[in-house]
Design a protein around this ligand. Sequence first.
Ligand SMILES: C[S@@+](CC[C@H](N)C(=O)[O-])C[C@H]1O[C@@H](n2cnc3c(N)ncnc32)[C@H](O)[C@@H]1O
Length: 242
Amino acid sequence: MDPKQMVHEAILSTRLHLPFLHRTKLGPSKINGAGRGLFAIENIAKGEAISCYPGDALLYELPPSDDEEGDVDETEDDYEDGTETICLWGAHVPLAYRWDEDKVFDGTESTPPLTAYAVSVDEHYSIMGHPDLDDNPAYFGHFANDGAGEFAFDGPNSQNNKMAALELGLDTGEDEGDEGDEELRVEDNIAAYVMRSLEVSNAMHRSLVDGLHVVTVATRDIAAGEEIYITYGPDYWVENSK
Ligand SMILES: C[S@@+](CC[C@H](N)C(=O)[O-])C[C@H]1O[C@@H](n2cnc3c(N)ncnc32)[C@H](O)[C@@H]1O
C-alpha cells in the first residue's frame, strides 16, 4: 500500500489526547426513540469546538476493479455498482470492541449498524464512532442526534412537508392532482426535514487539517443543558431507513 495512504489512515483513525475538551455529557435524548443524546455541560459560544468525531473505524471505498478473482472476504461489503467498502479499525480500539462485518454493515435486531455512526470525510473515507466507546467527552461527536430526523419519514403530502415546501417557495404538486401516494419514499420528503433540521440544529461536524480530523463546532451559542443537534442530511435518512 502507498505509504502516504497508510499515514493518512493511521491519523484519521487516531484519538488524540484532549483532556481539556470536556464540555459535554451523554444522556437520554429529548427526541422520542432517538436513544442517547449529547448535552452541553457549560455554555458554548458560536464557533467554538464542542467535541471531536472519533475515527474508531474507517469506511474505505475501494475503487471499482475489473479483477473478479472471487476475493469476497469477510472484511468487505460489495455493492451492485462494483464498489467495495471495507472497515478498518483504529489501533486504539480493543479487540473485544471490533464488531464482525455483519454487525458493522447490517447491525442486529437490537443494534444499529456501525455505519449509522459514519461521517464522510472525503470521496474515499468515512469515519465511524463506536457507540460503546463512550467515556471520553473529547470524542462524543458521534452521539449528537439530528433534531428533526423523524420529519424525514413524513410523507411528501404531509401537512409539515407542504407547509415547509410553501415556505421555501417549492412546487408542492398541489395543482397537479398527484394523489397517488403508493410510491412515497423518504427521499420524496426533503423540504420539511431540511427546514426543521436546520432550524433546530446548533452544531455541525467540520473537517480539519485537510480531512484528517473532524470536530463538532457550535453554529450558534449553546447554553449549558441544551442538547446538541446536527443536520445529518437527507442521504443519511434515505440510507438508514432501509
Ligand atoms: C450517530 S447516532 C446518534 C447517537 C445515538 N442516538 C445513540 O444513542 O447512540 C445516529 C442514530 O441516532 C438515532 N437518531 C438520531 N436522530 C434521531 C431522530 N431525530 N429521531 C430518531 N432517531 C434519531 C438514529 O437511530 C440514528 O441512526
